[in-house]
Write a protein that binds this ligand. Structure first.
Ligand code: ADP
Ligand code: MG
Length: 275
């Protein structure tokens, strides 16, 4: 992205930010970019966890972010979601919204979903109920308290159940699911909220080989339809799902490009893959 566009975006953002609120329908991704981090620096007691990091994610892209422990991957997600404020730099959601001006709740509401390692599912509710509860409803009328699901909502739940392969566990209490199934349920719950961007930090950690394989298939089926940023250590998993890969090292981008290219990059082999 060139400087002129960046400047124009910054100008617009100043106005947006003053509104102090953010709605999903404000996202302007007309240039095909859903997220644009520019020159982000985050210091913890003088140590730069992110060091002038710049990164752009296209609409519908499945981006894998890899890199050694401490490279700044989780901090990057914390900055995008408003959990950590950068010392400097901007985070644009679409063309006009500078996320550094908004709270965590506002950013989530605007359509950025994040999956944490420990799933936040309702253990005592069934799989179906978990998806139902996750669905965006009109909070003003407390619809879920008394209204029946409309056919469209049932269709969406059925579609998600198929995608996350929990069709055979619809009435099972979420707490009784396997580790992998719980992770899929949480991904399903995030999808029910129709996020504009989904961030997943180490989604296959602790999964069996078979669960990892199934998760790779799930992510492949999401690519193109959703914008996803996946941080993961499991290189077998990354190899299966990767299109474009970003390698973080010491808080900035060491290499970026198609998996085939990144895998053979001598710098990447030196600091990460060769170890
Ligand atoms: P990654 O997810 O790539 O392993 P992190 O983003 O978790 O890396 O961490 C990057 C660096 O920042 C690490 O050196 C880590 O110790 C440091 N760090 C992360 N969060 C904090 C914090 N809240 N306070 C101090 N240091 C932190
Ligand atoms: Mg991490």
């Amino acid at each position: 992205m060139n400087g002129a566009i960046t400047q124009a975006m910054t100008g617009l953002a100043a106005g947006e930010a003053k509104l102090g609120h953010l709605a999903t329908d404000e996202l302007d991704a007309t240039h095909g970019v859903v997220l644009y981090l520019e020159n982000i620096t985050v210091s913890f007691d003088g140590f730069k966890a992110l060091d002038n990091l710049s990164l752009a994610i296209d609409v519908g892209e499945l981006r894998c972010v890899i890199g050694p422990n401490g490279a700044g991957k989780t901090t990057m997600m914390d900055v995008i979601t408003g959990k950590t404020r950068p010392d400097s730099g901007t985070v644009f959601f679409g063309q006009t919204i500078d996320l550094t001006q908004f709270s965590e709740a506002e950013i989530a509401h605007a359509g950025i979903g994040r999956k944490f390692q420990k799933p936040t599912i309702f253990e005592h509710h069934s799989v179906f109920e978990n998806l139902e509860l996750a669905m965006k409803t009109d909070k003003r009328v407390h619809k879920t308290l008394f209204a029946k699901l409309v056919p469209e909502e049932r269709r969406r739940i059925a579609e998600t159940l198929a995608l996350i392969r929990l069709e055979d566990c619809v009435v099972r209490a979420a707490g009784l699911l396997s580790h992998g199934q719980k992770q899929w349920l949480e991904i399903g719950m995030l999808l029910m909220q129709e996020p504009k961007l989904l961030l997943l930090d180490e989604p296959v950690a602790g999964m069996s080989d078979e669960e990892t394989e199934r998760t790779a298939e799930l992510f492949q089926s999401l690519a193109g339809k959703h914008s996803l940023v996946v941080v993961e250590h499991d290189m077998q998993f990354i190899e299966k799902i990767a299109r474009k890969v970003t390698v973080l090292h010491e808080g900035s981008v060491l290499a970026e490009g198609p998996m085939e290219q990144v895998r053979n990059d001598p710098r990447v082999i030196e600091v990460y893959l060769g170890r």
